[in-house]
Design a protein. Structure first.
Lengths: 186, 207
């Protein structure tokens, strides 16, 4: 981590745009819609237990990065903001309902929404030379958000914790509705 | 006939050191004490180059962990094969006077190593070492062209290869020790993050 913060690797200013590890670290947490969805993935994984608890945080960053690559290449994806809002609604609902499904199905649900998140990030990425350090920071931040969700989800072992998680899922889903309204009304 | 006793060996050594020191101090050559003008030397430049180049560090760490997950035997082969291949690739690259950059191929190397790590299959030691050598030759070649372009030469390559050896020894041991349970899963997750990083790098390279 210290090496990645080394000034030689940061290349923090390129023609006015800030890139580098720290910028990449900040980007996934720049939007509440992204943050809630990524934490919800961790919460849902914690509810589902093995193997979803680690499969979902593997699937999301990889598929998100694929979406990011498409965004970087300018491949159009319609309804990105709607997709992101829906991800909060659906993932929040999954946590609220403690929905159990086979790992393949859960991975598919998470993967579909990860594309939208990744595409949004990919189109927003600033011009600059230090794609490597930015990418590393970005992926690490995404993984840390999932880890935060999983850590919070550990309270699932207690009955009160299970209720608290479902309340959290409801809160994420309601926030998703607000994001959807914002996305539809522009 | 009286003999003059010879001084004690320690005393003789001290006198020799004093004499050499006096000659050096009296030397007309400049001390060149400021690193701004001299630098640390090509060997240390090579060490620094690897340590601050994430596109080299990432696949190196991935290969370490991949070798470690395969067990001590595979880790040992990676430990010696990868730095040697890196150095050989560098020797080929250092003959060029212009730096070669292959961002797409570099992205694919990060992606490939990450995918192998994330999938965590029984790849076999030959396959793992083969991938390691191929990645090392590629990165070594590119490092060599970078060193050659600034006139750093074989000394820098030696620094890079030695640093790679040390990193492989440390991180490979980590992979060997944490081959079971949750730590193995954590290593697989790290591999998936490498895949994600490689995809972003690929998009950036093709942009």
């Amino acid at each position: 981590m210290l090496l990645l913060l080394h000034p030689a690797a940061l290349a923090a200013h390129e023609g006015g745009a800030a890139v580098g590890f720290v910028s990449g670290l900040e980007h996934p947490i720049s939007g509440l819609d992204h943050v809630l969805a990524m934490v919800a993935v961790g919460l849902w994984g914690a509810q589902l237990g093995q193997p979803a608890v680690w499969v979902l945080p593997v699937v999301f960053p990889v598929v998100m990065a694929l979406g990011g690559m498409l965004g970087l290449l300018g491949v159009p994806l319609p309804g990105v903001e709607v997709g992101i809002a829906l991800s909060a609604i659906v993932l929040g609902a999954m946590v609220l309902g403690e929905v159990k499904a086979p790992p393949v199905v859960t991975a598919l649900v998470v993967g579909i929404f990860a594309i939208f998140h990744g595409h949004a990030h990919g189109t927003e990425l600033p011009e600059g030379a230090s794609g490597v350090t930015y990418s590393v920071g970005f992926v690490v931040a995404t993984g840390m958000l999932h880890a935060a969700g999983i850590t919070i989800g550990l309270i699932h072992r207690w009955p009160a914790g299970q209720k608290a998680l479902r309340v959290a899922g409801a809160a994420v889903a309601i926030s998703g509705v607000a994001f959807l309204v914002r996305a539809l009304t522009g | 006939m009286s003999t003059v006793p010879r001084p004690h060996p320690v005393v003789r050594g001290l006198v020799a050191c004093l004499g050499a020191g006096t000659l050096l101090l009296a030397s007309p050559k400049p001390a060149l004490a400021h690193l701004v003008t001299t630098g640390l030397g090509p060997y240390y430049d090579g060490i620094g180059h690897l340590l601050v180049t994430p596109q080299d560090l990432l696949p190196l760490l991935g290969l370490d962990l991949l070798g470690g997950l395969g067990g001590p035997e595979v880790a040992r082969r990676i430990l010696f094969a990868v730095p040697a291949a890196w150095f050989l690739g560098g020797l080929v690259g250092v003959t060029r006077t212009q730096e070669v950059t292959l961002p797409v191929i570099l992205s694919l190397s990060v992606l490939t190593v990450g995918a192998l790590l994330a999938l965590d299959r029984r790849w076999g030691s030959g396959a793992v070492v083969g991938v390691g050598v191929a990645v090392a030759l590629l990165h070594g070649f590119l490092n060599g062209t970078a060193m050659g372009a600034v006139g750093l030469g074989v000394g820098a390559l030696a620094g890079i290869a030695c640093t790679a050896f040390v990193i492989l020894a440390l991180a490979g041991a980590l992979g060997v020790v944490h081959r079971k349970g949750w730590t193995r899963i954590a290593i697989r997750v790290a591999g998936s993050w490498m895949v994600a990083t490689g995809l972003f790098m690929l998009g950036w390279a093709l942009r």
